[in-house]
Design a protein around this ligand. Sequence first.
Ligand SMILES: Nc1ncnc2c1ncn2[C@@H]1O[C@H](COP(=O)(O)OP(=O)(O)OP(=O)(O)O)[C@@H](O)[C@H]1O
Ligand SMILES: [Mg+2]
Ligand SMILES: [Mg+2]
Length: 661
Amino acid sequence: MSDLFENAPKKGGEYSAKDIEVLEGLEPVRRRPGMYIGGTDERALHHLVAEVLDNSMDEAVAGHASRIEVELGADFYVTVRDNGRGIPIDPHPKFKNQSALEVILTTLHSGGKFSGKVYQTSGGLHGVGLSVVNALSDDLIVEVARDKQLYVQHYKRGKPTGKLKNTGAVNRRGTTVKFHADPEIFGPQAHFKAARLYRMCRSKAYLFRGVEIRWSCDPSLIAEGDDTPASDTLHFPGGLSDYLTSTVNGRKMVTATPFAGQADFPDSQGRAEWAIAWPVDGDGFLNSYCNTVPTPEGGTHEAGLRSALARGLRAYGELVGNRKTSIITAEDVTGGAAMLLSVFIRDPQFQGQTKEKLASAEATRLVDTTIKDHFDHWLSGDTGRARDLLERVIEVAEERLRKRQDKELSRKTATRKLRLPGKLADCAKDSQDGTELFLVEGDSAGGSAKQARDRETQAVLPLRGKILNVASASADKLSGNQELVDLIQALGCGTRDKFNLDRLRYDKIVIMTDADVDGAHIASLLMTFFYREMPGLIEHGKLYLAQPPLYRLAQGGKVAYARDDAHREELMKAEFSGKGKIEVSRFKGLGEMPASQLKETTMDPRKRILLRVRMPHRYNEEERAEARETADLVERLMGRKPELRFQYIQENAQFAHDLDV
Ligand SMILES: Nc1ncnc2c1ncn2[C@@H]1O[C@H](COP(=O)(O)OP(=O)(O)OP(=O)(O)O)[C@@H](O)[C@H]1O
Ligand SMILES: [Mg+2]
Ligand SMILES: [Mg+2]
């Protein structure tokens, strides 16, 4: 026994109990905010407000609050006030010296929503939200008006700075949380945006008719050209129907009336509300919510809705004896539809604390059967509109089949018709399936890449020098740029309104530039180009960044590659022993790297890491508005300052495999 311990190595790779940390209280939240709010970017920042607002919404949906005020101050403090029951302030039975309020604010997994006794269908369920907001705020004040008394407590970075004080009598009730996001976490430049918070409040008000949300913000925070009001009272008795009308406002629809309604699930399992229209232009979206929490990644409730609509329309088609009905898929019915879906269910299961995707299995069946019933009625209630919709969806299905046939024409015939650029080293495989195009910088890197590639599936296109800074280039300048003309030809899918994903000649487009400032610059120029000219490529997840290493480390027979300085330090500590010299060599560029090493580190699908470039999320009204903000961001970043560009890429590259542009 003692032998075992004595023989344990003392130096170098020492790793023992003392290395195991247990983070206490809210420390884990500050150390790993991403785990609780999905990152530290602008989206995550705004998520803080969502957590606080969700708690007030839960109070409203449970029937205890009717009014919520949300205020954004010039000092970027956000205040959320409701007229609900007020967070309990009596001493907590388990923690004798703390009020329940303090326990809620300073302890993860503390809350009143676990049992379903005090809230039935709440957005909150983890008992984490408010404590996380507290941990990530450099200043937070909570006020509770309860039993005609007003109680106040202050916090900094998750810790109370004093006791809960009773400040005297009041004539109202409810909870007020006022907080300021910690710049240590979100960066000194990150601030709440009025437009974004306003949209959040508005959609909450649409989702629950029983609440009135009073919005206000300091007028100085409204950017020029932004139509966000400085104050507004949001109350929508028409619910999702109103929401849909305001969203699709003015567009021509396939049917004169939308398919909208609400219904309870059996056995008080909750309820659903929906509003669906089919725009003639076929530009659809689906915004879904569970217990007023937006679920931009969809989930089981969306699956139920899709199934209900597809089954309903198919059943109708068969009933009226339309033989083409059999070709209709769910995607044909719903792909081009403008859809809003809100469900309220008990004890929902989400993926992650930001709750972007609903996982509750029973939601699919509940939504499916409930909505299918109503859809059947809606269709049979007006045969004119049912026929219009059916014919339209059959057209969509036929178009889809026609496109698929075109696609099945082999890539080779497409290639023959197309003049491919001379410098392209194409891959041997005919179909697009599983193929990759590497965009590399310069002929020498191109040479290495050509040797390192798998000829069957990997193609290489070397681009010379710095391509035009397309963020500021006009269309004719673009078409005069040979590098970009070559690139567009090699891809085959066209640009802007001629863009057609089905014609894309490869499955993945991989930007592979040197791991240095110039490389990052060229990568960002190319990303801007794709973002501007072929956003569909990014939307469909076809664009990637390769991650070539910057250093090679060797000791004895052991070799490792490091992406950057930090990674090199990490590897030196973790992978190599303290004994003997570690040889460190820095790659000057991909062109200098032997083909075998380039293959192993960067190109071989079994060993490499690729970063996928993505648009922020899917298309729904809020997300689109954000995407427009992102367009500004890209312009700001790519437009002028190269240092900023570099930082942007580096930061994202380190932390995420999915890179948001
Ligand atoms: N505005 C409010 N009015 C009344 N009670 C509140 C309010 N805000 C928070 N609470 C109480 O504090 C508890 C903890 O809130 P917190 O946001 O931390 O977790 P949660 O809402 O239970 O779950 P989640 O982590 O999913 O948000 C709630 O369960 C509720 O009991
Ligand atoms: Mg909550
Ligand atoms: Mg909590």
